[in-house]
Write a protein that binds this ligand. Sequence first.
Ligand code: ZN
Length: 395
Amino acid sequence: MQFGACRYIYNWALDYSRWEYQENKTTTFRKDWQALIPKLKEYLPWLAENGNAQSLQSELAHLESAFKRFYKKKAGFPKFKSKHGKQSLSVPQQFKLNLETNRLSITKLKDIKIVLSKDISGMNLRSVTITKTCTGKYFASILYETGQEAPTAPIPVKRRSLGIDLGLKDFAILSTGTKVSNPKFLERDQKRLRRLSQAFSRKKKDSKNRSKAKLKLALLHETISNRRSNFLHNLTHDLTCENKGAKTLCVETLNVKGMMKNHCLARSISSVSWGEFIRQLDYKCRWSGMNLLSCGKFDPTSKTCSHCKAKNDSLKLSDRAWMCSACGCQHDRDINAAKNIVDFAFSNLHGRGEASEVLYPELAGEIKPVEMKALVVAKAATKLLSVKQEVCLSL
Ligand SMILES: [Zn+2]
């Protein structure tokens, strides 16, 4: 019921702001929606009964940030939440966690028995988000403060950097020459997936067999996505924790949207989840005091010789290995690209490349790091900003 109340509020506020805009050409904000909630509760007693006020408030906050992303042209127009599919609600306050009995109590909900995956005793708990998956599993993610300060990232130094080129055949190619092959989880189960979805669509609407088939299909999707996320977490963990020596990771800013236009590759690209990989790298780098740099979308990372910097314009996508005509160096296409990513990322960072504007988080507001051409993603950004000059001189 709580899920329903939260979903209702979200959809109601979205509908209301759409209506206001169409009828009166006015944009409504969170405070406008909030002001109407008491009236809404009068009309709909079930909402007052079931909805935790805090959770309803946070739904409005979510909608507001969805609108903000839309106005900044970073996302499409907010969509209505559906009753089917994944459900979630967040509880910013008004919850208690009893670690001895392993029970979570939330206002207007019964005590919930939980299984903790981590010891969080003594932590400063901030909020809880409860999710229900399509397969009917419930999860609670608890946000807490550890009380430790985020480690400071050192000044990026080229020889302690690792370039990562992302690809389809090999998932990641490191500038050290290591290749991580693409596990292709979706492709592996493609046949089963097709069979299950055919079986599902053949079943009569609203029948028991249809919901059974739906669950089966959802379970397979869940397995695939769990495998993928496990793979990504392991890989990003290895890159950020196990990489002794490397303190800076360099990645490419991928033009995923442009690549998706190629229909032959669209499925493989969406299944390979580079975006999620970079998102994980980003926060894990911050956790472990590392830098994440990125080179520009249009930097010729593949066509440039990493040894003498000569450009090979005749390089085709199918050429996996090539020889530089200027210096005679033999190159593996991807390893060469990974090496160049480091060079381009550093030249962008120091304003010598095409991206002369080096943006830092506190200057750039909420812009996602990978969207900027060169950016040090580190908690120590302010520190870096003040030593930036020094870096330029020493290189
Ligand atoms: Zn060369």
